[in-house]
Structures are given as C-alpha cells and as structure tokens.
Design a protein around this ligand. Structure first.
Ligand SMILES: [Zn+2]
Length: 391
C-alpha cells in the first residue's frame, strides 16, 4: 500500500474528512480495473497525518489509485482483518496517550465502512479521552474541535448499524449537548429515543433525570477536584485553577440540583483546599443538613470549625457524628481534639479513651489520648489552635 501525505491544506480540502454514510467502495475481491483507462489499481492511503494540516483537516481515507492515469477511487472497502488490526492499533494508541494515531486508525475504519456504528463509537471514545486530556491541560480550542467531532461521530453512529448498545451512544450524545449548554436538545433527543420500541425506557428516564439535574457538571467538577483534594489529609497546594473550575461546575450543578449533598461536600473540599474555610464550612453545613448521618461530612464540618477557631460548634458537630456512628474510633478521636481545643479536658479524655477502646491499633487515637493526658497533667500547655495540632 502506498501512503500519500498531503501537506497542503488547500489540496487536502479537495478530499472530505468524512465520507457520506452510503459510500461503499470496492474491496480486494471485487475491484476491477481503473474506470477511466482500465489500468491496474493499487491500494493507497490518502492522509494529512503526521503534518500540521492534520489538526485542522484530519484526513485519512483508503482508496484505489491507477498506476497508469493516476486517477483515484475512494473509498476502498477494507478487509475485515484490516479493520480488526486498525481497531486494536487504535485502542493501543489511546492507552499510550497517542491520540492522533488513534484518530488515524479509527478514521480509516469510519471512511471505509461508513455505516459501521462500532467504528464511529470507537472514534468518538478515543476523541473523548483526548478531550479529557486537553481539558486538563487547558487547551480550549482543541477541546472545542474534539467536542464537535465527538458529537458528529455519535450522531452518525446512531444512523449506522451494528451498535452493541444504543443507550451508550445516546448518553454520550446527551453529554455532548449538555457540554455546549443545550439542555433543550438533550431532552428532545431523549423524548425522541423514548418513542422507539427497542430502547430501555427505564434507563432513558434515569438519564432524563440526570439531564434535569445537570449530572454532567457534577461529574466534570468531581473529576477536576478529586485528584487535588487529598481525602482525609491536608489539602494540596497545586492545581488552583482546576480546583476553582471544579468548584464552579459543582456550583452550577447545585443550581439545577439544590439537594445534591455530595456536590456540596466536594465543593466544600475544594474551598478547603483553597484555604477558604468560611465557604467550605457553609457547604459542609448545608450538606450535613441534608444528610445528617454521613460521618465524612460531619468530620469535615468539625475540622473546618476547628480551623476557624469555633471550638464549641466543633464539639457539637463531633458529638452528633459520634451519636450517629458510635462504633467509629476516628470520630471519637476528632471529638477528643475538639474538646481539647475547647478546653473541656474531662470530655476530651473520655472521648480519647473511647477512641482507643474502639480501635486499639490506631496510632492516631493512641497519640490523641497521650496528648490529652499530657495536657491534663500539665506536662504540655493546652493547644490554642487547630494549626498547632497539624490541621
Ligand atoms: Zn487509469
């Protein structure tokens, strides 16, 4: 096979990036000679891959070329084993983060077998990984090109054949529409799908609720925050821009779904990582009001109150958390610390002892008990701030 690389954008534009869904080309078994001169045909790949034109015009189409008169026939119908090989090459390229290589492999399949739904699904998925990568790297122009392309491939996949799950494609498409803030189009698509007999209507209804709640904003916000808010540990300093962006997405999700307590918790963790403890507290408190039995929320709420020097409230919240989960040693240790900071030494000792009783192997509980005993017996001065205790 000959590869013809087009380095000139104007020349490349004479070839469509995407062939129509009804294009069917000749395969090795049924090719005859050149339609113009009857000469012998050979396999050719026309592409802009590996030069800068690719970014603007990602052309990759297999065809037949005439040795005698140089005329071209597009596309070539790839053999099944070629499609299989390109699919595994594309998947491998995605795994190694070589996204343009993946796009090349899947585009060749899409142009050769245009109605083949799984080919488009694979292309869309590869581009989705690429998009997530560029979003993380803060490349809005690339993100926007990829988002458009993903949407186009998924729409064509729905028109095509051989899909394993129509619902997966619909949900991907819904994501695309929400990404460009077209909730009305997402709901219209779902309504249209609901009128089809073969789809699972319960799943579609679930998806509709998710659209109403803007679940996409929650997922995107959490994806940005999760690696940057060390759970149960000190917040990290890096990635401030991503943390702010993650919080903004969650705040918008909360406008659509005001009762989404996990979103409040995540936003609170984001504010905490930014050192905005008042805002963090506000979110933890609202989250706790909706989900009083969540010890994670209670713990963060108490820790934030301690950081703000509001020890009496921290004691109250910690005590409530201990009541809802009496078997949790960590919560007892937190209560002990809150009491210690609030200068309530007897309750602090009682809670620290209970923490050790509940989990004798826990080093933190043991060191909290020792700290309380040392303060109580005058060996150490009482701590006056959470920072002194390493919060
Ligand atoms: Zn010819």
């Amino acid at each position: 096979m000959t590869t013809v690389v087009l380095r000139d954008l104007e020349m490349a534009r004479n070839f469509p990036v995407q062939l129509p869904l009804d294009s069917v080309g000749a395969s090795r078994a049924n090719t005859t000679g050149c339609k113009t001169c009857g000469g012998r045909l050979e396999e050719v790949l026309i592409t802009t891959f590996s030069c800068p034109v690719w970014e603007e015009w990602p052309l990759a189409v297999d065809g037949w070329s005439c040795r005698t008169c140089q005329s071209l026939q597009l596309p070539r119908f790839l053999e099944a084993e070629e499609v299989e090989r390109l699919t595994s090459e594309g998947a491998q390229a995605v795994r190694s983060g070589h996204f343009p290589e993946a796009e090349l492999a899947f585009r060749r399949i899409c142009n050769s077998w245009p109605r083949y739904g799984p080919g488009r699904e694979n292309l869309a998925r590869a581009l989705q990984y690429w998009l997530a990568h560029e979003e993380e790297a803060g490349q809005p122009e690339v993100v926007s090109r990829l988002a458009q392309e993903i949407e186009r491939q998924l729409r064509d996949a729905l028109e095509g054949d051989g899909l394993a799950s129509r619902l997966t494609i619909v949900s991907g498409l819904v994501n695309c529409l929400l990404r460009r803030e077209d909730k009305a189009a997402a709901l219209a698509l779902l309504a249209q799908e609901l009128s089809r007999p073969e789809v699972e209507s319960a799943k579609l209804q679930e998806l509709r609720v998710w659209v109403e709640d803007r679940g996409d904003l929650y997922h995107r916000g959490v994806a940005l925050l999760e690696p940057r808010i060390a759970l149960h540990e000190r917040p990290q300093d890096d990635g401030q821009a991503q943390i702010k962006q993650g919080i903004a997405l969650l705040e918008r999700h909360l406008e659509a779904a005001p009762e989404s307590w996990p979103a409040m918790w995540f936003a609170g963790k984001g504010y905490q990582a930014l050192g905005q403890n008042e805002r963090a507290l506000d979110h933890f408190r609202r989250s706790l009001a909706l989900k009083a039995d969540q010890s994670d929320v209670a713990r963060e709420c108490a820790i934030t109150l301690m950081k703000l020097g509001r020890f009496a409230e921290a004691i109250d919240v910690s005590r409530q958390a201990c009541q809802s989960e009496p078997g949790e040693g960590g919560l007892q240790a937190n209560l002990a610390i809150a009491c210690l900071l609030g200068e309530q030494l007897e309750p602090a000792l009682e809670a620290a002892r209970r923490a050790v009783e509940l989990d004798g192997s826990d080093a933190i509980s043991a060191s909290v008990l020792k700290l309380v005993q040392d303060v109580r017996e005058g060996r150490l001065p009482p701590p006056t701030s959470a920072a002194q205790l390493g919060f």
